[in-house]
Design a protein around this ligand. Structure first.
Ligand code: KG4
Ligand code: ZN
Length: 345
């Protein structure tokens, strides 16, 4: 089989989305995600419920991806799957499924690091989307991650900054929860923020060294602010929702932009690629566009379906490894590969 005619099935199950994708080389043929509404009522992901839902979703999601791609499982060249980091119970479902299917079809099994995948999602071939050139800086911002990574080649990545406590998406979601908004509140804060004054209220920014982040203080600041204002006027949030959301978002975006500016300064690299659910935020997108004008950066925001957790990003890493490790020739599979909740880049 030619290297340039590779079909890969990818499986992602690290958190609360069960996802499968089929790629033909670096192009997505199908990208299917089953979210898990069960967590909404708890205001966050419940690991035990997540693994149960993965068990129910995985077979239909894989079937749907193959059907949409119009690819038979016998035509697949390899199976790629997320081996970590993530919730152990969730990872085990995808890992075991991928392993069994690869063994059954007698094709290579490729383990993929979820954090590398968020970054390499920029290399999925999509019309209208440029690919970054090496070296570039990647900022992965989601409900589970906040990292700045220096990327020297596909598989030479160095984490140069990360959160010491909450992820940035948690800062959005926890602030939203305090304001009485449903989970996940990030997109709602974004929506209200667009109608409000970002300078209406001031929240102090954390003092964290170098390129690292901290968001737990902001959550506490929002809570104290809420308690104080609501004690004085019970309708405070209702009357000022847009301004409160705009001010919280403004603070968060400032924290992210301060660090990425510092990273550009330290490394001299002016290409910045973002990924993860929070890259959907209108404030961060605008701040990056402004930085292009102001500082001559080149910035990259992936297509929306590749920002949140998805399997196409696992598939592109699978494809790149398939080429790099010459799996078309060797057909090598490490059958002992395991799920690892704390896998590092
Ligand atoms: O990547 P993702 O779907 O899942 C992981 O956490 O890995 O990211 C979800 C996070 C949630 O915290 C959600 O509130 C946040 O991304 N998010 C947003 C926006 N859209 C999603 N936060 C701010 N503004 C948005 N527009
Ligand atoms: Zn993720």
């Amino acid at each position: 089989m030619s290297k340039n005619n590779t079909y890969i099935l990818a499986i992602e199950s690290s958190c609360d989305d069960t996802a499968a994708a089929v790629l033909h080389n670096d192009k997505t043929l199908a990208n299917v995600v089953a979210g898990q509404a069960v967590h909404e009522q708890y205001g966050g992901v419940v690991p035990e419920l997540a693994s149960r839902a993965h068990q129910q979703n995985i077979v239909p999601v894989v079937h749907e991806a193959l059907r949409k791609a119009n690819v038979k499982k016998e035509d697949l060249n390899a199976i790629a799957f997320t081996s970590g980091p993530g919730l152990m119970g969730s990872l085990l479902v995808g890992t075991s499924f991928a392993k069994s299917l690869a063994m059954g079809l007698d094709i290579p099994l490729i383990d993929v690091n979820h954090m590398q995948a968020h970054i390499l999602a920029h290399f999925i071939e999509e019309e209208g989307y440029d690919k970054p050139e090496f070296p570039f800086l990647a900022m992965t911002i989601s409900g589970g991650h906040t990292q700045i990574v220096r990327v020297d080649s596909y598989f030479d990545m160095t984490v140069i900054g990360q959160t010491l406590d909450d992820a940035v998406g948690e800062a959005f979601d926890k602030s939203a929860k305090i304001l009485g908004l449903p989970y996940p509140g990030g997109p709602l804060i974004d929506k209200y923020a667009q109608l409000g004054n970002p300078k209406a209220y001031k929240f102090t920014k954390p003092k964290v060294g170098d390129l690292d982040f901290s968001f737990s203080g902001l959550k506490t600041a929002v809570l104290y602010f809420y308690q104080k204002e609501v004690a004085a006027d019970p309708d405070f949030v209702e009357k000022n929702r847009n301004d409160i959301c705009a001010s919280i978002q403004h603070t968060i975006i400032n924290i992210l932009m301060d660090k990425i500016k510092k990273a550009v300064k330290q490394t001299g690299i002016k290409q910045v690629a973002i990924g993860g659910g929070v890259s959907a935020n209108s404030g961060i997108r605008k701040a990056l566009k402004d930085a292009e004008q102001k500082y001559g950066w080149k910035t990259f925001v992936p297509k929306f379906e590749y920002t949140t957790d998805n399997a196409a990003m696992i598939g592109i890493v699978g494809y790149l490894k398939y080429l790099e490790e010459n799996l078309a020739e060797t057909g090598y599979t490490d059958t002992k590969v395991m799920a690892q909740s704390r896998l590092k880049i």
